[in-house]
Write a protein that binds this ligand. Structure first.
Ligand code: 5AD
Ligand code: SF4
Length: 354
C-alpha cells in the first residue's frame, strides 16, 4: 500500500493486507472512529424470525423454495407479540421482524402486527421482509414501521444476477432503498463476503456503494455454504480452499466504519455463527449493534438460511451478549439506537493518516 496512493489504492491495500500488526492499526482506528461518532453504546435489536416461507430461489440461501427438506412455519400473532414483550422486558430498543418472501406473508397481516407492537411497547420496529410492491412499503410505514432492511448482497451485478432472478416490476434493490428512505424509513443494507467468485475489486465497489447509498445501517457477514443450495453444493464439491471470509468480513466492516462513520454497524449473526467469538470480533472491528435472536427455539432450528451451530435460549444469549459488550469496554444502549448523523460526517479525520 502506498501512503501517496488515492483512496481506492488505500482501501484495496487494506483489503489485501495480511500482516496482523498492521491490521491492528485498522481495527484500532475503526474503534476510535466508532467512539467519536456513535459513542460507547452497543444497541441491541431483538431478531424475530417470523416465517421461513419463501417462494424465491436465491442460490445461496437455505430458505429457497427449492429446498424441499425444510419444514415451513409462520409464527402466530400472539407468538410474535410474546417475543416483542421479551425484547421490551430485556430493555432492547428495537425488534427486527424477518422472513422470506411468500404470498402467505401478507402485507395486511404484517401491518396488524406492526400496529400491535407499536401500541403495546416502546420499541422501534425494523422490517426485513424482502422485495415488495412500493405501496406495501408505504402502508407498513403508515402503520408505524421505523426501519427497513434490504441488503444488496454484492455490488458485482453479474454475480448477483447469477444468484437471484429479478422480480417483474423492474426495480432493483437500490431503487427500493431510495424509495424506502424517501417515505421516512431508516434504511439498512449490506453484503455477503466470501461468495465464490468475489474479489477485492468487488469489496472495494461494495464499500463505495455504501458511501453512495449512505445506509443508516450496514450489515456485512460472511457467506456460509449451505449443502441444500446450488451454490453451497458447488462450493463444498469444488474443495477449493475456502477464503478467510471472517477476516475479510472484519476488514470490510472496519473500512465501512471509516467511510460511513455514523452508520449503525452490527456484529452480524453470520459472523457469530461462522466464528467462535464472532460478536467480539465484530465489536473489535467497529460494530456498535448486536441483534440477539429471540425467536422461539422450535422455529429457529427451521430458519436455516445457513447451517447453524447450537442455538442459545434467549436468556443465555442475553447473558453472553452482555459479557461480550462488557469485555469490549462498551455499554448497552439505553435508547432505540436511531442513527445519529453529524455534520462533520464526511470529514472523518482519521482516514488520511491511515
Ligand atoms: N450465508 C450467509 N448469509 C446468507 N444469507 C442468506 N444465505 C446466506 C448464506 N448462505 C443472508 C443474506 C440475506 C439474508 C436473508 O441472509 O444476506 O439477505
Ligand atoms: Fe428467500 Fe431471502 Fe433466502 Fe432469497 S435470500 S431465498 S428471498 S429468504
Amino acid at each position: 500500500m502506498s501512503p501517496q496512493g488515492g483512496i481506492s489504492e488505500n482501501i484495496s491495500g487494506w483489503l489485501a493486507e495480511t500482516d496482523e500488526h498492521r491490521l491492528d492499526l485498522l481495527w484500532t482506528t475503526a474503534r476510535q472512529v466508532r467512539e467519536q461518532f456513535t459513542g460507547r453504546q452497543v444497541h441491541l435489536r431483538g431478531l424475530i424470525e417470523i416465517s421461513n416461507l419463501c417462494e424465491r430461489n436465491c442460490t445461496y440461501c437455505g430458505l429457497r423454495a427449492g429446498n424441499k427438506n425444510l419444514p415451513r412455519y409462520r409464527m402466530t400473532d400472539l407468538e410474535i407479540l410474546e417475543c416483542a414483550k421479551k425484547a421490551s422486558d430485556l430493555g432492547y430498543g428495537t425488534v427486527v421482524l424477518q422472513s422470506g418472501e411468500h404470498p402467505s406473508i401478507e402485507t395486511r397481516w404484517l401491518c396488524g402486527i406492526v400496529r400491535a407492537i407499536k401500541r403495546s411497547f416502546p420499541l422501534a420496529v425494523t422490517l426485513s421482509v424482502g422485495e415488495r410492491p412500493l405501496c406495501d412499503y408505504a402502508n407498513l410505514r403508515e402503520c408505524g414501521a421505523d426501519r427497513y432492511l434490504l441488503k444488496f448482497e454484492t455490488s458485482n451485478a453479474r454475480l448477483f444476477s447469477q444468484m437471484q432472478s429479478p422480480l417483474s416490476d423492474g426495480l432493483d434493490r437500490l431503487a427500493r432503498l431510495r424509495f424506502l428512505r424517501r417515505i421516512g424509513y431508516e434504511i439498512g443494507s449490506g453484503t455477503m463476503v466470501g461468495l465464490p467468485g468475489q474479489g477485492i475489486r468487488d469489496y472495494l465497489r461494495d464499500l463505495f456503494l455504501f458511501c453512495e447509498t449512505d445506509p443508516d445501517m450496514i450489515a456485512v457477514g460472511p457467506y456460509i455454504a449451505h449443502p441444500g443450495t446450488p451454490l453451497g453444493k458447488k462450493a463444498i464439491k469444488s474443495q477449493a480452499p475456502q477464503p478467510d471470509s471472517a477476516l475479510m468480513t472484519r476488514k470490510v466492516m472496519a473500512l465501512a466504519r471509516l467511510l460511513c462513520p455514523t452508520a449503525n454497524i452490527p456484529a452480524t449473526t453470520a459472523l457469530a455463527t461462522s466464528e467462535r467469538g464472532g460478536y467480539q470480533m465484530g465489536l473489535d472491528s467497529g460494530a456498535n449493534v448486536i441483534m440477539p435472536n429471540i425467536t422461539p427455539l422450535v422455529y429457529r432450528a427451521q430458519y436455516e438460511i445457513y447451517p447453524d451451530s447450537a442455538a442459545l435460549e434467549h436468556e443465555d444469549m442475553h447473558r453472553e451478549v452482555l459479557r461480550v459488550i462488557e469485555a469490549a469496554g462498551m455499554e448497552v444502549g439505553k435508547n432505540r439506537g436511531d442513527r445519529r448523523r453529524q455534520r462533520t460526517e464526511f470529514a472523518a479525520p482519521t482516514w488520511k493518516s491511515l
